[in-house]
Ligand binder design. Sequence first.
Ligand SMILES: NC(=O)c1ccc[n+]([C@@H]2O[C@H](COP(=O)([O-])OP(=O)(O)OC[C@H]3O[C@@H](n4cnc5c(N)ncnc54)[C@H](OP(=O)(O)O)[C@@H]3O)[C@@H](O)[C@H]2O)c1
Length: 330
Amino acid sequence: MKAAVLTGINTLGIDHLPTPVAAPGEVLVRIRAAALNHRDVWIKTGQYAGLKFPIVPGSDGAGEVCDTGPGVDRDWIGREVIINPGLDWGHQEKAQELRFSILGLPKDGTLAEYVHVPVSQIALKPGHLSWEEAAALPLAGLTAYRALFSRARLEAHEKILITGIGAGTALFALQFALAVGAIPFVTSSSPEKLARARQMGARHGVLYTSGNWAKDFGDHYGPFDVVIDSAGGPGFAELVDLCAPGGRLVFFGATRGNSGDMPLRKIFWRQISLLGSTMGSPSDFDAMVKLVSTKGIHPTISQVFPLEKVADAFELLEEGRQFGKVVVSV
Ligand SMILES: NC(=O)c1ccc[n+]([C@@H]2O[C@H](COP(=O)([O-])OP(=O)(O)OC[C@H]3O[C@@H](n4cnc5c(N)ncnc54)[C@H](OP(=O)(O)O)[C@@H]3O)[C@@H](O)[C@H]2O)c1
């Protein structure tokens, strides 16, 4: 089969590999479209724990089941599915178990013509989604869903601030917040991205690149019941100031690294909850797919590349030029 293969840090090419087979309890999926996440960039650039080469990257994929391993109902064959990339979450809702891993490292991922996964990792593709939209959904949709609902317990009419709206995860957070009647506000480095977010329903937006943005924005539009962040870095502490008393600040990424000093007195005096979050449980995944189906949500796709141009797809994400998901059609 044809696949994108990383043979070392920043060494990405297209190669021919043996087509995998479905092991007991698994299905073999013929991938129609895959999507990138920032995780794939961290892996490509050597900034992710547990690197191993060669590896087929890619956590997100949608396609047709073309074979089943022993013990799996052969009725699955021919079904159109999406893949939950969170493997071995375990049995507790509160957190994943130690053996949890993510498709695309250490196990070969979706940027290939075929991938094999346990049958428990697949769900029927929502009927209203194209292959590209379906591929865009799993990892970022799951992460946004858990952050908003399982962790922050976002409710209708609450004000939510979503930082870095160009991110795949952030756009799902925006769409999900709107779907439940919350009132979203956004930040970005780009006026164009802010304008697009406003068109999608964000109430207001601000450039996080402009000095003192947090104070001015907070004075006008804050405070926020929920803040969702994946950038971290020195600006993270400012997000505390934007939280309402009793507010929830959820974070699942550190694109800009660790935060600086945290204003501990403000956090405890104002009863603010700092909530770490990572991907989501199988029931988060099911609930996310149900929300997307019942509300008819279409993932925001920045651009679609053919597999042969996968390096260009990575470049778009590495340069932060995307608005939404970067998809690779296989
Ligand atoms: N723990 C988990 O389970 C989990 C799951 C998914 C993602 N993540 C992490 O979350 C982060 C986002 O992932 P992704 O795949 O959605 O990324 P992505 O699509 O590559 O988007 C990255 C975005 O980060 C934003 N950004 C950069 N600097 C920022 C800053 N100072 N303040 C606010 N936003 C900033 C930019 O938004 P603008 O373009 O609007 O400026 C950029 O587009 C990554 O660090 C990723 O590793 C973690």
